[in-house]
Design a protein around this ligand. Structure first.
Ligand code: ADP
Length: 463
């Protein structure tokens, strides 16, 4: 169990990010440390060398002015506690020696032979436990002066610097590591929520949603969009389920009738007239099914953007007149009067056949659902770069609670079931209008009549 949790943490992006940043931080700190240490060490060494050189120059000057005695006096007076002075004869004997305070003569004698000769370059000598830097200068009479200084103070200082750096950097590093891990794990909380949600959806819980935190960052946006996408998918799936249920339900009736007619024909024992009638009924039912399936495919094509629109300039005024003319006889049959109130020149870019299908479906409904003696009015005008068409009837109207559902595929209001129809007309209208980047809406009052309004952009209609 514990090893599994550790494995999960180990594989997480938050862990990897924290590790990367910590490594980056450690490497940067080491580079900073190295550079600072190098500069500090060089600076201290330079200062030590300057001090030794100035002692050497002073010693030479004293020797030249007053011989070895003047030099001794100067050294004693100066009483340098850290610097070693040594005057050596041409034979290599020590003629004068001034040791730093913390050094015994015996210590010096023990390591004296390690001292370099008269070279003027810098040399390093181990005296006791300390390293001394030595430089020499000739007195022109064969004698020479050596000045040396221990590097101990410098090394001690650098050692302290290293200790302080490590002492500060370890807690800072641990704090950074802990804080970084905490922030990284908190920042990735929405992602974990996302994974959890997807996992529940995969096992069938379509209602699962990612908990939203108000952080205002990209992850919040991602979570909001993801939840929105889930809503959309769920509503599409529900829509598809509903459509499938409705299609199955609506296909059952014509198919049952088809089967009934066919069975009766089989039993009719060869009566040619009865067989002919039965075949005609079968053809009618088959046509009914074909129309329904075609219309369903049209709607799907328009909704998914696959429908091919043959875009051209459309004169909506004459399209309205043409459609009204087509329905004139039906309207007269039903005792409904059609009135046109469109005098403006209404032109737009669109697919004339599809737009006529829209007008025809709306006009067909208006006539169909308006009782004898009623009136249907079609009015069109321009408004803010759009063409708006109202199809108004004085028919039975639509109850307000049913109004939002009339656009659903195969949905028919109960009392309309006596009329011919598939419940697909308005779904086609909406899909085609949307494919033209327009919108359609319905307003209705039960018992008084309905008004359907389509609004289409004049320029750049359709895909
Ligand atoms: P249908 O083939 O049933 O007419 P539609 O999709 O065209 O299918 O319309 C869906 C339902 O909306 C209809 O069954 C009807 O109840 C209602 N409806 C549509 N237009 C009108 C209208 N002008 N007046 C009253 N009800 C209407």
């Amino acid at each position: 169990m514990l090893s599994k949790s550790l494995e999960l943490i180990h594989r997480s992006i938050a862990f990897k990010l924290t590790l990367c940043y910590s490594l980056l931080f450690a490497v940067s700190a080491l580079i900073l440390f190295g550079a600072t240490h190098f500069l500090l060490a060089s600076h201290l060494k330079h200062e030590d060398h300057e001090a030794i050189r100035s002692e050497l120059a002073e010693g030479v000057a004293q020797y030249k002015s007053g011989g070895i005695e003047a030099l001794k006096q100067e050294v004693r007076l100066a009483n340098e506690v850290e610097i070693l002075h040594r005057v050596v004869s041409p034979l290599g004997e020590t003629m004068f020696l001034h040791l730093p305070n913390d050094m015994e003569e015996a210590d010096f004698e023990k390591d004296e032979r390690q001292f370099p000769g008269r070279e003027e370059t810098w040399a390093e000598v181990q005296l006791g436990s300390n390293i001394f830097e030595v430089v020499s200068a000739d007195f022109s009479d064969g004698y020479f002066l050596q000045v040396a200084r221990s590097t101990k103070d410098r090394e001690d200082f650098l050692e302290r610097f290293r200790e302080i750096f490590v002492g500060v950097m370890i807690p800072v590093f641990l704090l950074g590591l802990g804080g970084g891990a905490l922030f990284a794990f908190r920042a990735f909380k929405p992602i974990r929520g996302l994974i959890q949600t997807v996992r529940s959806i995969v096992i069938g819980n379509m209602d699962a949603r990612v908990p939203e935190a108000r952080t205002g960052d990209e992850l919040e946006e991602l979570v909001t969009l993801f939840n929105g996408m889930l809503e959309r998918i769920e509503s599409l799936i529900n829509g598809m389920k509903g459509t499938l249920d409705n299609v199955a339900h609506d296909l059952r009736t014509p198919v049952t009738r088809l089967r009934g007619v066919a069975e009766m024909a089989i039993q009719s024992e060869g009566d040619a007239e009865a067989l002919r009638e039965a075949l005609m009924d079968c053809a009618e039912e088959a046509e009914h099914i074909r129309m329904m399936l075609n219309t369903l495919m049209d709607i799907s094509e328009a909704e998914t953007g696959v429908m091919r629109l043959n875009m051209e300039e459309v004169d909506m005024t004459s399209l309205i007149e043409k459609t009204a003319e087509l329905y004139q006889y039906v309207a007269e049959d039903e005792g409904v009067a059609i009135h046109l109130a469109t005098r403006e020149d209404l032109r737009l870019r669109g697919d004339p056949n599809r737009l006529q299908q829209v007008l025809a479906n709306l006009l067909d409904n208006a006539i169909k659902y308006t009782p004898e003696g009623g009136r249907v009015e079609i009015e069109g005008h321009k408004e803010d770069g759009r063409i708006v068409v109202h199809i108004k009837d004085t028919g039975q109207g639509i109850p307000s609670e049913e109004l939002p559902r009339i656009w659903e595929r195969l949905y028919r209001i109960e009392k309309s079931r006596s009329e011919r129809g598939l419940g697909l007309g308005l779904s086609v209208v909406r899909a085609v209008v949307r494919a033209h980047h327009g919108h359609v809406e319905a307003a209705s009052e039960s018992g008084k009549g309905s008004t359907f309004t389509i609004s289409l952009p004049i320029a750049q209609s359709g895909r």
